[in-house]
Design a protein around this ligand. Structure first.
Ligand SMILES: C[S@@+](CC[C@H](N)C(=O)[O-])C[C@H]1O[C@@H](n2cnc3c(N)ncnc32)[C@H](O)[C@@H]1O
Length: 220
């Protein structure tokens, strides 16, 4: 989980680090992903709030969970400066692996560029599934392990140094496979490219997965 003291320098430069990618197509990817958000919505690892302007009025309540206090400060500032379309917005400090909500509390859970960084992606996805209502949807946009063995080899070599620079980000996580075994029904998954990014971060997946109806939080 994000350390108690967080990552002040990463938080300070995060928006600038991503500015080229946002302009190069990442903002558009956020927009089309978040067009699918509706009802009570939870965003895990909300960062500095780069998704905020992309939520629309179908979101009735937006809970932004961010465990790093430096990211959370910037997130609060952005919520105040650029209020999202949702009528109710709350910022909370919580890791994705331990969400302080009851089973089935949300219609939508959003994860963008987060499963690369959480300490335990399996547990984070189990929590996302638990807090989703039956039929509720997880919207995801994540950079992942490359399909190309050559690029995956580079991702493995660069994992440790990049983790230090990128505040715990892993270059090489097989997040698509982790999602496939998370007890969610994958409605849509496509491979895309992280615009204007270093080659070892380029492979991405985006899509939606639904918590199946008619099964308990514990059951399949
Ligand atoms: C690369 S940033 C992505 C921020 C934002 N989601 C975005 O799309 O720009 C990764 C975020 O995950 C957060 N994070 C780290 N560990 C986490 C955890 N265990 N649970 C939830 N979020 C975590 C970091 O603090 C950071 O804000």
């Amino acid at each position: 989980m994000a350390e108690q003291h967080g990552h002040p320098i990463f938080a300070r430069f995060y928006d600038r680090l991503l500015a080229g990618s946002e302009k190069g197509g990442l903002a558009e990817m956020r927009e089309s992903l978040l067009a699918g958000a509706s009802g009570r919505t939870l965003e895990i690892g909300a960062g500095t709030g780069l998704n905020l302007s992309h939520y629309n009025g179908a979101v009735t309540e937006l809970v932004l969970a961010e465990p790093d206090p430096h990211m959370a400060d910037r997130l609060r500032e952005r919520v105040a400066a650029e209020p999202p379309a949702a009528p109710a917005v709350e910022v909370i400090s919580a890791p994705a692996e331990e969400l302080p909500f009851d089973d089935g509390d949300f219609d939508t859970v959003v994860s963008t560029l987060v499963l690369c960084t959480v300490e335990d992606p399996e547990r984070a996805l189990a929590e996302a599934r638990r807090v989703l209502a039956p039929g509720g949807r997880l919207l995801f946009l994540e950079h992942v392990r490359a399909e190309s063995p050559r690029l995956a080899w580079w991702q493995d070599r660069l994992e440790r140094p990049w983790k230090r620079i990128g505040a715990g980000c892993h270059t090489n996580r097989p997040t698509g496979e982790t999602l496939a075994s998370a007890g969610l029904w994958i409605e849509h998954l496509e491979r895309v490219r992280f615009p204007k990014s270093p080659h070892f971060l380029r492979p991405m997946i985006r899509g939606t997965a639904t918590r199946p109806e008619g099964v308990t939080a514990e059951g399949g």
